[in-house]
Design a binder for this molecule. Structure first.
Ligand code: AKG
Ligand code: FE2
Length: 208
């Protein structure tokens, strides 16, 4: 069992050398358990169809994504624990990479059987202040033939990508502007938390 600090250190080093990090068993068991219990215990009306694009461009596009989402806040103890843990990761990243991250937003996501999210980037150069994307998975014993993998592409040209199985407690972190990615159709219900570390009012210049 690795300590949180050790995991954060590995993530920081991965981000520095590759711009992304894939960490199985990253979330503390207790936290991941509380999160999956929270998500499964929610009513379906607590989840909204997810949109595409920001602000005025925000629209629901079922050709692009079919997940439903629920934003996480500090009202519940589990929400607080999650945001505190990601806050510790934010501090570790800022200490070593000087990204000046000052805000983290995240939502539960539920992909029903057959749901997907087509290839996209989470932020556009100069248009957004999303610096790092994060995805945490909450599916115990995900079968190898169940699909639902995240495919992370190294750049616009990459058509092969790196496949990530959405297995319980795995955490993925990557530079939002750099890595196109998609979610392949899942053959069973798929639960995750997608989130973004942001820097208000500033562009990402460190990796430019
Ligand atoms: O669930 C995943 O693996 C990725 C989700 C995603 O790309 C997003 O919500 O922007
Ligand atoms: Fe995404």
């Amino acid at each position: 069992m690795q300590t949180d600090q050790k995991i954060f250190e590995t993530i920081v080093n991965d981000l520095r050398t590759k711009g992304y990090s894939i960490q199985p068993y990253a979330l503390p068991d207790e936290l991941a358990d509380a999160l999956i219990n929270a998500i499964v215990g929610m009513d379906t009306e607590d989840f909204k169809s997810a949109g595409v694009g920001r602000d005025t461009l925000h629209q629901i596009n079922h050709q692009v994504r079919r997940d439903t989402i629920h934003w996480i806040d500090e009202k519940s103890p589990t929400g607080r624990d999650w945001l505190a843990w990601m806050g510790d990761l934010q501090s570790a990243i800022n200490r070593q990479l000087f990204l000046g991250l000052d805000y983290y937003e995240s939502h539960f996501a539920h992909y029903r059987e057959g749901a997907f999210y087509k290839r996209h980037v989470d932020a556009f150069v100069g248009q957004d202040n999303r610096v790092l994307s994060t995805v945490a998975y909450l599916n115990r014993d995900w079968p190898s033939d169940a699909g639902g993998e995240l495919v992370l592409y190294r750049d616009e040209q990459d058509q092969t990508g790196i496949k990530v199985v959405p297995e319980f407690a795995t955490l993925v972190v990557f530079l939002s502007e750099e890595f196109p990615h998609e979610v392949l159709p899942a053959r069973r219900e798929r639960y995750s938390i997608a989130g973004w570390f942001r820097r208000r009012g500033g562009k990402n210049t460190i990796f430019a």
